[in-house]
Design a protein around this ligand. Structure first.
Ligand code: ADP
Ligand code: SF4
Length: 679
């Protein structure tokens, strides 16, 4: 440890009951979209966090019984002794780096649907599942409650056997225990009605789990510090009383808030440390350590939380995903090297859709075991090849950075006067400034590399590529938004688009101004249509947003943003034309059609903003002589998310000289988790 580290307070040990966390960096339980079916993937991913210095590394929600099954969302399990081995593997890997391992025991109650286990869901009262599944829970009777307590005890016992240091009683996020705590729990027995009754089950589980853990493990509770959807206006409601009723029963308070879309809000809507005013009272009510989250990426903000007595441990999920080595970098004084989370919530979309999470900033997330990628270390170059990368967007930058880290001689040529590509353009949109970190971190890293040369204002053509004489060339020239309306809805161009005034997102990035009115046709369905509507409305343009779906920016449901997008657009006066498509255009007019009936109507449309799909900018690639040494990466290959571009550039660098030959029999390019066969 370097003497005089101004972040020393973050590196101090913290006693949590019978165990000691080596520092204050605490990876709170977070979903991974991996779950019980991917034990190797999970263990390797968690190990990298411990290696990177997180003093405590926790599992995701870990089901205690088949009546708690969140399929299709993957979750961990401790259903029987067969689960111990997989969990122990993760624990051992975390312990190997001197960190503590925590497990979040979970029962979903009425919130879930049990689609895999097909067990009846259980709750304090009979309530419909929170998704749209036609499932309603059984109200738990005394026998069910006794059973639940025995499942929890058994799971805690298995956790001890697996070697965990910290075991959670999980009483928030709308799951079973928070259903009991809720004022809506109107049971007439001793588990409902009065606050004391509603707290009873949580108290019993804390006491019983403590008995199982003995002196070996710490007991944590995860609880919300506020009483409901307050959207930035803290109101502790009854939770303050709950904290005081539970007193010093747990060894650790892991505090979050009721509204998940605020707690883990995207940077478009919620900024760093936004929960501070919600959670700050808890420390004054307990002598036990308190951990909380806030998408902390700045060590200064973290330090302030500790020094001002808000938190004892800095809880992180996303910052630990974007940079598993954040704590180590703080310890080594390498603050500039921290790869800050951009708050895009693409990681959460993995879990929402039931696939292993990925990360825009960290392309190795989820690839630690199956591809052997590491967020910090990459194998040294295997040849003295000189590589030319054309295009300095996220794909080109990441390719150049990772190739540079391997030691290759790299030239990165960019047409414009700065690196960043679409990231530079999109980070100028309302709320998206933090997305610029994708560029800034890579620019900072590349600057430190003598073997990577950057050529700005270099519009490269095929003659220059030939003249440069590189051994390998990566074309990362990106993609352009289409003007003709081809996208999800229309497979061929929209009739009459040439007669209309059509602008694309690229035109707007380039400074084209719209006066008066604009009609946006959003057939892309992620963030672009909605965020452009917001930008134009803020500039005083009267905006109509036409979308074939019933909600605006519907894919942002996966990133916990959609209701906020819709609310913001409504508040800005954007006219939302849902379930509608642009069928045809003519001068000054748009011919709209109902997405269900096809019934048409014509509206005035002086300017149409076309947000449908993108066309790869592959003219340079096509003009080059086909060769194994020249490939397309990023949006130039297949337009996608920024994360997909970063990943594409990273993969190119990883596979340089790795002997990967796709044409040889199509071997699966990564390890797979294998189910056990009983045949
Ligand atoms: P990706 O997401 O795949 O990285 P972007 O569109 O963000 O794609 O970035 C592509 C970058 O390539 C842009 O910054 C663009 O200016 C640059 N570019 C496009 N064509 C050329 C070219 N012929 N020479 C140099 N740079 C180019
Ligand atoms: Fe942060 Fe986005 Fe990575 Fe999630 S995907 S950790 S929000 S950068």
């Amino acid at each position: 440890m370097s003497m005089g580290n101004r972040y020393q307070a973050l590196l101090d040990e913290v006693k949590i009951g019978p165990v000691v966390a080596p520092n204050r960096f605490y990876q709170v339980p977070h979903c991974t979209g991996m779950g019980y079916g991917s034990p190797n993937t999970l263990a390797a991913m968690r190990e990298v966090k411990a290696e990177g210095g997180w003093g405590v590394v926790c599992t995701e929600y870990c089901s205690i019984h088949p009546s708690s099954d969140d399929t299709p969302m993957p979750y961990a399990s401790m259903w029987d002794d067969a689960d111990i081995k997989a969990q122990a593997m993760m624990v051992d890997k975390v312990h190997a780096h001197g960190s503590l391992a925590g497990i979040q025991l979970w029962h979903g109650g009425s919130d879930i649907s049990n689609l895999y286990s097909r067990e009846i869901t259980l709750g304090p009262q009979s309530r419909p599942a929170s998704g749209m599944d036609p499932v309603q829970s059984a109200a738990m009777d005394k026998r069910d409650l006794r059973a639940l307590r025995s499942w929890h005890r058994a799971a805690a016992g298995r956790a001890v056997e697996a070697g965990f240091d910290l075991v959670y009683v999980y009483a928030t996020h709308g799951y079973l225990l928070s259903q009991f705590l809720s004022p809506s729990n109107r049971r007439s027995d001793e588990y409902g009605g009065s606050l004391e009754n509603r707290v009873r089950l949580v108290r019993e589980l804390l006491e019983e789990t403590r008995e199982v853990l003995g002196d070996r493990c710490a007991l944590a509770i995860r609880l919300s510090s506020d009483g409901g959807e307050t959207d930035g206006e803290p109101d502790s409601g009854e939770q303050r009383e709950i904290v005081s009723l539970l007193g010093d029963l747990p060894d650790l308070w892991d505090i979050n808030i009721h509204d998940y879309s605020y707690e883990m809000g995207s940077s478009r809507f919620v900024k760093e440390a936004a929960l501070e005013d919600y959670v700050s009272y808890v420390k004054s009510m307990t002598g036990k350590p308190v951990v909380g989250v806030g998408r902390f990426t700045s060590p200064d903000t973290m330090l302030r939380q500790v020094e001002s007595g808000v938190l004892d441990l800095i809880g992180c999920a996303r910052p630990s995903i974007a940079d598993p080595f954040l704590p180590r970098k703080v310890k080594e004084g390498r603050i500039d090297d921290i790869r800050e989370c951009i708050g895009c919530n693409l990681c959460y979309a993995g879990d929402s859709k039931g696939n292993p999470i990925s990360c825009t900033q960290n392309p190795s997330m989820g690839e630690e075991w199956r591809r052997g990628w590491h967020p910090e270390f990459i194998s040294p170059r295997a040849s003295a090849k000189r590589i030319l990368v054309v295009g300095g967007g996220p794909a080109g930058m990441e390719a150049a950075r990772a190739l540079g880290a391997r030691g290759y001689e790299v030239a990165l040529a960019e047409r414009s006067s700065e690196l960043g590509g679409r990231v530079s353009a999109e980070s100028g949109l309302p709320g998206l400034a933090e997305w610029g970190r994708v560029r800034d971190w890579r620019v900072g890293q590349i600057r430190k590399m003598d073997n990577v040369s950057v050529y700005l204002e270099s519009d490269v053509d095929s003659a220059q590529v030939a003249e440069f004489g590189a051994d390998c060339v990566a074309i990362a020239t990106g993609a352009k938004w289409r003007r003709d309306g081809i996208g999800r809805w229309h497979g061929t161009e929209i009739q009459g688009w040439r007669e209309a005034t059509v602008v694309t997102p690229d035109d707007l990035f380039a400074g084209v101004e719209i006066k008066g009115e604009a009609l946006i046709f959003d057939d892309d369905l992620y963030y672009m249509g909605g965020v452009l509507a917001e930008m134009l409305a803020l500039r005083g343009v009267l905006v109509s947003l036409v979308t074939s779906e019933s909600l605006v920016s519907p894919w942002t449901r996966n990133t916990e943003e959609q209701p906020r997008v819709q609310k913001r657009l409504i508040e800005l006066g954007v006219r939302i034309e849902a379930n509608t498509v642009v069928e045809a255009l003519s001068e000054g007019k748009a011919h709209l059609a109902c997405a269900f009936t096809g019934r048409e109507r014509t509206v005035e449309a002086s300017t149409v903003v076309m947000v449908t799909s993108r066309k790869p900018d592959d003219a340079l690639y096509s003009s080059l002589v086909e060769s194994e040494q020249t490939i397309r990466i990023g949006d130039c290959l297949a337009p996608g998310t920024i994360a997909a571009s970063v990943r594409s550039g990273h993969r190119y660098a990883q596979e340089m000289d790795a002997g990967v030959d796709e044409s040889q029999g199509g071997a699966v390019p990564f390890l797979r988790e294998e189910p056990k066969l009983f045949g």
